[in-house]
Design a binder for this molecule. Structure first.
Ligand code: GLU
Length: 486
């Protein structure tokens, strides 16, 4: 199938684990490139590793992409459903002489590798069964040996392509490890399970993929795949190899760095908008004047590979946190409430449905709380800690206790308590009450403010004091906490 000229890219995740940040970043670059060119962003689930592939990982990957706003076009292609096409390609390669059956046993190959190691040579298949005579083949078959199918890679081959990120690339056939296995071991009259490089080429061609955009860990595969395209008589796509994501130490980001799957970031309270924004910056430098904060839709018209770096991209938590706090600060109280309510429900602070009609805090109160804590959130999870004293009565910290025992504190708080009526207060009423209480107790206003904070929040830190008081007032909680402190 020839390319139609339009841009068609794909993400080809293997469902052998949850959606990894590296795969998600590859998805972002594919998505941006497709949008930039009015093309299609396709999905292919590479589930040919039957033992390690799991449906729950596929579900996790699809859900993660949706959460990030990376919608794909059409139905995902499921690689395992295309095995007949893969086998047909292998048959074609056997018929054209580009591939052959290799009867070498695992033990023989192991001995070969050990010898190479002893001679300090890199491991490679020595092409021993490349040119077996029909008699030799028959002898192996008669022994009952199984066979893999191998694709010939000439040592003298020179494979080149123009990479959209890395420019002119050249690879020597001799550096590709010898003739490559394209079908697993099987009885010699059958074709075993087709392997990665072959199936990717067959599927990318069938899907008419115009640009293969993937991590630079696939560069050697690309060299092998180009040989397969040529042997199968297929049109080559354009290749772009994106830089790896590195940790602080400059090593490839891995499970040992803690958070690596998109679900981990979500659980830690990162917003999809901030994470997508951050992943775009992992390797791509936005044009002058664009700033570093943007949506995927804003980045798409400007995205190109000229601005993608060759060097690995270091993961920068400070930048992600900054972006996330910006996104959270920009949410309206209603949107922040919608985002925080499920987390608060898990803490048991709301009825599980968050239903305003049921008993529990009403929507307007929740939104006022969001308005109060919103500006200081870095992640959504901070919205749990910061909201806690509004849903449950906090213990008094040592500092709070000593404030409550300081000179004039008790008198001032007592004066305020005596003037405190039931029911909600306006800001003006609260300010007037403070002024009266301060006058009656004969203390500085600061003394009462600090003491009131200690009484209400059990701490000397926290959000704006008057807003805190107004939120705790209607339920009688403000009065109850002041009484406790007295
Ligand atoms: N399944 C491969 C991976 O997850 C896909 C590589 C490719 O894009 O060709 O690494």
């Amino acid at each position: 199938m020839a390319n139609t000229g339009s841009v068609r890219v794909r993400l080809a995740p293997s469902p052998t684990g949850t959606l990894h940040i590296g795969t998600a970043r590859t998805a972002v670059f594919n998505w941006l490139f497709a949008k930039r060119h009015g093309g299609q962003f396709l999905l292919r689930i590479e589930d040919t590793d039957r033992e390690r592939s799991k449906p729950e990982f596929t579900a996790n990957i699809l859900e993660g992409l949706q959460w990030l706003g990376l919608a794909w076009d059409g139905e995902p292609v499921v690689q395992s459903e295309r095995i007949e096409a893969h086998r047909a390609a292998i048959v074609q390669l056997l018929a054209s002489g580009h591939a052959y059956r290799c009867y070498a046993s695992e033990t023989e190959l192991q001995e070969m590798r050990e010898r190479q190691a002893a001679e300090n040579k890199p491991p490679r298949y020595d092409n021993r069964h490349r040119d077996l005579s029909p008699e030799q083949q028959q002898a192996y078959v008669a022994e009952g040996r199984q066979a893999t199918v191998r694709f010939r890679i000439d040592d003298g081959a020179s494979i080149g392509w123009t990479d959209l990120v890395r420019g002119e690339m050249r690879w020597a056939g001799a550096d590709l490890g010898g003739d490559m296995v394209i079908a697993r071991r099987a009885p010699a009259d059958q074709i075993g399970d087709p392997l990665y490089n072959l199936v990717v080429v067959v599927d990318d061609a069938a899907m008419a993929i115009s640009h293969v955009i993937r991590g630079e860990d696939h560069i050697a595969n690309t060299a092998k795949q180009i040989l397969l395209y040529e042997a199968l008589g297929l049109d080559l796509p354009v290749f772009a190899h994106t830089p790896l994501i590195l940790n602080k130490e400059g090593k490839k980001l891995s499970k040992r760095d803690g958070v690596t799957s998109v679900g981990d970031f979500r659980a830690q309270g990162y917003s999809p908008a901030a994470l997508a924004n951050y992943m775009t910056l992992l390797g791509w430098s936005p044009p002058e004047g664009m700033g570093e904060r943007f949506s995927l839709a804003e980045a798409a018209p400007l995205f190109d590979f000229d601005r993608v770096n060759k060097a690995g991209a270091r993961f920068d938590w400070d930048k992600l946190n900054w972006l996330n706090s910006q996104v959270l600060h920009d949410l309206s109280p209603a949107d922040l409430r919608a985002a925080l309510q499920p987390l608060w429900a898990v803490e048991g602070w709301l009825d599980p449905m968050g239903d305003a009609a049921a008993a529990g805090p009403d929507q307007a109160w929740l939104e006022s709380l969001c308005g109060l804590i919103g500006p200081s959130l870095v992640t959504l999870r901070d919205g749990i800690d910061q909201a806690r004293p509004f849903f449950s009565r906090p213990e008094l910290s040592e500092a709070a206790v000593s404030q409550l025992q300081s000179a004039g504190a008790r008198e001032a708080l007592q004066a305020l308590f005596e003037r405190l009526a039931e029911g909600p207060l306006t800001l003006e009423q609260a300010q007037a009450l403070l002024t009266e209480a301060v006058a009656a107790a004969g203390v500085k206003k600061g003394v009462l403010m600090k003491t009131l904070r200690a009484a209400l929040l059990g701490s000397l830190q926290g959000p704006d004091l008057l807003s805190t008081w107004l939120l705790l007032q209607p339920s009688g909680e403000a009065a109850a906490r002041i009484r406790r402190s007295l």
